[in-house]
Design a protein around this ligand. Sequence first.
Ligand SMILES: [Zn+2]
Ligand SMILES: [Zn+2]
Length: 342
Amino acid sequence: MKAAIYRGEKSIGIEEVDAPVPGPGYVLLEMKNCGICGSDLHSYLGHWGQSTNASGHEVSGVVAECGEGVTNVEAGDKVCVECFSHCGECRFCKVGAYNLCENLRGASGGNHSGFAEYVIAHSPSLFVFPQSLSFEDGAMIEPLAVSYRAFRRTEADYQDTVLVIGSGTIGLLAVAVAKVSGVRQLIATARYDHQADMAKELGADYVIQTPQQDVKEEIPKLTDGLGADVVIETTASAGGFSDALAGVRKKGTVVLIGGYHKPLEVHLGRIVEGEIRVTGSSCYGYSGMRKDFKWSMDLISSGKIPASKLITHRFPLSDIQKAFEVAADKKTGSIKVMVTSE
Ligand SMILES: [Zn+2]
Ligand SMILES: [Zn+2]
C-alpha cells in the first residue's frame, strides 16, 4: 500500500510499504480523510522527531478488518480515532482520566497512521460516527474534541468574556465552541485576514489582528479595563503566552493547548501579581459524563458547529508534499488542509 513517510526537514513522500495486519485488539481502517494538524507540521519542519511510519491522527475511515477480540466495531463501520491509546488499567485510567494514562501510546501502536491507504488503530480509540456525517466531518471530530476540552477546562459560562489566542484550526474551533456555549463576549486574535474572517463567521464579537494590534492595548478597551475572564492559548509561543497573561483579568484562568517543542521565555510576574490560574488541556478524555469525542460528534452532527467549513484545501494522498507545503504556509489562505484517499 501507499504510505506518506517523512524524508527529513520539509520533505515527505509516498512509499510503497507492506499492508499492515491488525493484531489482537487492533483494527485495520481504509483511510478516507486525514487532516494535517499543527503537530504534523512540527514534525515536517523538523521541530521534533520524524516517525518512520506514516503519521496523521485526524483520521476518518471505514473498518476493513478487525483483529482478534475486537467487539466494539465491525467491518464497514464509519469511524474516527482518538490519537492515543490507553491501557484502561493504570491509576489514571481507573478514575476516568484516560487521556493521562501512564501507558499512553499512539493509537496505531507503532504502526502506520492516517497518511496512508490503510491505518492501524487500537479498538478502544475508535468511535463509530453516523452515516449522515461525511468523512470530512468525521475527520474534524478529533480537532473539535481538542478545542471542546480546552473550552470546558476554562469553566467559562454565559457571564464570561472569553479570549482565544490564535486562529488556526484549534483556536477557531474553540471560538465556535465558546459561541454555542453562549458566553457573554468572545474575542479572538488572528494573524491573517482569512483567519480573522473565519473567527468572525464562527461567532467572535471582535478580532484583534496581530501584530498590527496589541492585545495589551485592545483588551482593556473591550472589557471596561478588566481583562478577559478566561483565555485559551493555542499558539504554544512566547508571544501567545505573553498575550494570554496580558489579556486575562486578575483571578482569571488561562488554558494552554498547544504543541510545545521548546522552552519559552515569558515574564511570569503577572501570574503571581494577578493570582492567575494557568492550566493545560491534553487532547481529550471525559468532560462531565461523556467523552469529548462524543460531545464533538454531537456538535457536528446537530449542525451547531460547521467544522468542515475550516477545510480550505484538499489533496489526494499522492500529493502529500504539496499538502504539507500549503498547510505550513498560511499565506496560501490555508486553515485545515485535508488529505484524502485517491
Ligand atoms: Zn492534532
Ligand atoms: Zn492507563
